[in-house]
Ligand binder design. Structure first.
Ligand code: ATP
Ligand code: FE2
Length: 328
């Protein structure tokens, strides 16, 4: 079975083609970027409208397939920005109806976890999902995916990007902060905000801006210290979720998980508790269509079906609302 997966929850419009033998035949994406300010939903949606044909055709060309070879179309049904989700759903529905191909909508967060398992061989991991809008610790427990910890305010990527923008680094800020942090030497104490299993970044962001404005600190040291602090927070709650669930695998997902320092800290924690740390390639950490395609194959193969009427977007769906039919 060959599935075309369409991703459009936020900045990225992606089209991936995956088969049931776990081969990724194509994984094409085009992302909306801004120099100033955050994501404007209507503008991101306009971007997706503009690129959707191009991205889907490029995926088919890369896979050397025609739409007639596609057995299933899947799309990100939830969660995300309504304006953006609607474009992916519309593209998926149009192709499905026109070419008479079955359609299935999937949960984006669970897709991050499933592609990680498929690529790395992890079998029952705790997922640290660290992206722009999302920061969640997710694991499968009691027949459902559940959130064991999350950010109480902004996602860790949005936090990094906000600070980067404030100090004039532009967008996306994550990679630029990483480069500066490599030149940091002095650790500056920053607010460490873990509340139970949850984290928050708002207070830390204000504190960092004040420190930057004071002119008393090297920006390299601020970047270094902020990475050490926020990644320690993320790794701490991940470790606690692993201990609570009795799981000995950690899987990383989301764009922020591309950060080599976060990867190092996650590996170190896993080593200390004799657990395994799984990290997919960057192209599968960031939002991508291949993960949506693979999730479609999993659910369809296990018998899930969706009518066009049921293929409405669900911007606020949480992972524990998903009926899981593809796992024991
Ligand atoms: P989602 O809808 O899943 O929240 P998103 O649109 O925010 O996704 P992602 O591609 O998962 O997109 O993540 C983007 C974030 O990842 C940005 O905040 C960016 O700064 C950060 N990022 C990307 N690459 C790196 C890197 N190498 N190091 C650190 N952060 C990175
Ligand atoms: Fe994502």
């Amino acid at each position: 079975m060959i599935c075309l997966g369409i991703e459009s929850t936020a900045h990225t419009f992606g089209a991936g083609i995956v088969d049931s033998e776990k081969r990724v035949l194509a994984n094409i994406k085009d992302s909306f970027t801004t120099e100033k300010g955050g994501i404007v939903p209507a503008k991101a949606a306009d971007h997706h409208v503009e690129v959707c044909d191009k991205v889907i055709n490029e995926a088919l060309e890369t896979a050397k397939l025609s739409i007639k070879d596609i057995d299933l179309i899947s799309f990100s049904q939830a969660p995300g920005i309504g304006h953006c989700l609607r474009i992916g759903a519309f593209a998926a529905r149009s192709l499905a109806m026109f070419h008479n191909i079955p359609i299935i909508g999937v949960n984006h967060c669970i897709a991050h976890l499933s592609i990680g398992e498929m690529l790395t061989g992890a079998t029952d991991p705790v997922l640290l999902y660290a992206s722009g809008a999302n920061t969640q610790i997710i694991a499968y427990e009691g027949k459902k995916y559940r959130v064991f910890g999350e950010s109480l305010d902004m996602g860790v990527g949005n936090f990094l990007d906000s600070f980067a923008r404030y100090i004039g680094l532009g967008f996306p800020g994550g990679p630029k902060i990483y480069e500066l942090a490599l030149k940091g030497k002095k650790f500056i104490e920053l607010p460490y905000s873990v509340k139970g299993m949850d984290v928050s970044f708002g207070g830390l962001l204000t504190n960092l801006k004040q420190k930057f404005d004071s002119g008393k600190y090297r920006v390299e040291d601020l970047c270094y210290s902020l990475q050490e602090t926020v990644f320690a927070m993320l790794v701490e709650v991940s470790e606690r979720a692993m201990a609570h669930c009795g799981k000995n695998e950690l899987l990383l997902g989301g764009g922020v998980a591309c950060n080599k320092r976060l990867q190092e800290m996650a590996k170190e924690m896993c080593k200390e508790r004799s657990a395994k740390c799984f990290i997919p390639e960057n192209e599968f950490l960031v939002d991508n269509g291949a993960m949506i395609a693979w999730q479609g194959i999993l659910e369809y193969s296990a018998g899930k079906r969706m009518s066009i009427e049921e293929s409405v977007i669900l911007p606020y769906q949480r992972v524990d609302e998903v009926v899981v039919n593809w796992k024991d």
